[in-house]
Write a protein that binds this ligand. Structure first.
Ligand SMILES: NC(=O)c1ccc[n+]([C@@H]2O[C@H](COP(=O)([O-])OP(=O)(O)OC[C@H]3O[C@@H](n4cnc5c(N)ncnc54)[C@H](OP(=O)(O)O)[C@@H]3O)[C@@H](O)[C@H]2O)c1
Length: 282
């Protein structure tokens, strides 16, 4: 495994497991399988309504809590809550979280970030971060916060490598974590790109492993979502080969300058009011 060191000296594994759209039973099984197979990083969120299952998956595994880097995300309806961090800890069955992220730049995100800062100072969170913030929102947050975010989680893959955002992140030593690293659930377009197949064949690896390797060589932290054991095993088996400079240049030609996810003011307004059924989860 390779690690990235945050701006507060906490180390995060560069490859982990994502759990978006995984139903509780699938999330639990995937987390246990991943941890027992060498994974150390698990990503979930209040909004995925599977935090209890992720907690069960962790305790079913053979890994001790301190061997796991656990990250989750606070949903906007909880940004002004005094109890949401503690309730998240209770659902996950742990007394600390390695990284907690503001999921969306919606609602009073400055108030939400202040809650994360307070929980960080109280020792409940080892690091704090943000997700889906644009440049203006990052700059606004940096102008108001006390603790610079350690990481931002954003859509990032060969079609949309986030080249422009990375200039700002480098300036503030904020790490980038890729969501939709393989193109998102049920979207095979990047996996089926001819150059990806060509590099897979050349290296004796799968298309997903070539894309994973591209992320790692770009310096991204990467958390592919999967409930399929063979995929979970493949996605971490990427440290025995390297893409050459020429291969990376060929991959760069896939940049379309456009994400899959279209952000709108309506979606952001909806996120501020939507309440995920965290209380009712299995
Ligand atoms: N912050 C945010 O707003 C945000 C948004 C989206 C996602 N995320 C996080 O980022 C993670 C990754 O994103 P994602 O799960 O949406 O998309 P993704 O990782 O790009 O793609 C997941 C899809 O790829 C398939 N897959 C996984 N490994 C594969 C392999 N080796 N070969 C072929 N197919 C493979 C999965 O199917 P199988 O299950 O069959 O393997 C699933 O259909 C999420 O799980 C979540 O933790 C965050």
């Amino acid at each position: 495994m390779q690690y990235i060191t945050f701006n507060n000296d906490v180390k995060i594994p560069q490859v982990g497991l994502g759990t978006y759209l995984l139903a509780p039973d699938d999330a639990q099984a995937a987390v246990t399988y991943a941890l027992d197979g060498g994974y150390e990083l698990i990503d979930t969120a209040n909004a995925y309504v599977n935090e209890r299952a992720v907690g069960r998956g962790m305790s079913d595994s053979g890994r001790a809590r301190e061997e796991i880097f656990l990250e989750t995300k606070l949903w906007p309806c909880f940004y002004e809550s005094d109890t949401a961090v503690d309730e998240t800890l209770e659902r996950l069955g742990t007394d600390y979280i390695d990284l907690m992220i503001l999921h969306q730049p919606a609602g009073d995100y400055l108030a939400g970030y202040a809650k994360l800062e307070a929980a960080y100072k109280a020792g409940k969170l080892r690091s704090i971060g943000i997700s889906n913030f644009n440049k203006a929102e990052i700059e606004n947050l940096l102008a108001h916060c006390e603790i610079t975010p350690a990481l931002i989680q954003v859509e990032c893959h060969p079609y949309f490598p986030q080249t422009e955002l990375k200039e700002l992140l480098d300036k503030h030593n904020i790490a980038l974590q890729s969501w939709y690293p393989l193109g998102g659930r049920d979207n095979k377009s990047i996996l089926e790109e001819p150059i990806v197949s060509e590099l897979a064949e050349k290296n004796g690896k799968t298309a997903a492993q070539v894309i994973m390797r591209w992320h790692v060589q770009q310096g991204n932290i990467v958390i592919p979502g999967s409930k399929t054991p063979s995929h979970i095993a493949d996605n971490i088996d990427i440290f025995d080969f390297e893409l050459s400079d020429e291969d990376m240049e060929a991959m760069a030609a896939l940049d379309q300058g456009k994400p899959f996810y279209e952000r709108t003011a309506e979606k952001i307004a909806f996120y501020a009011t939507w309440h995920p059924n965290v209380e009712g989860q299995k």
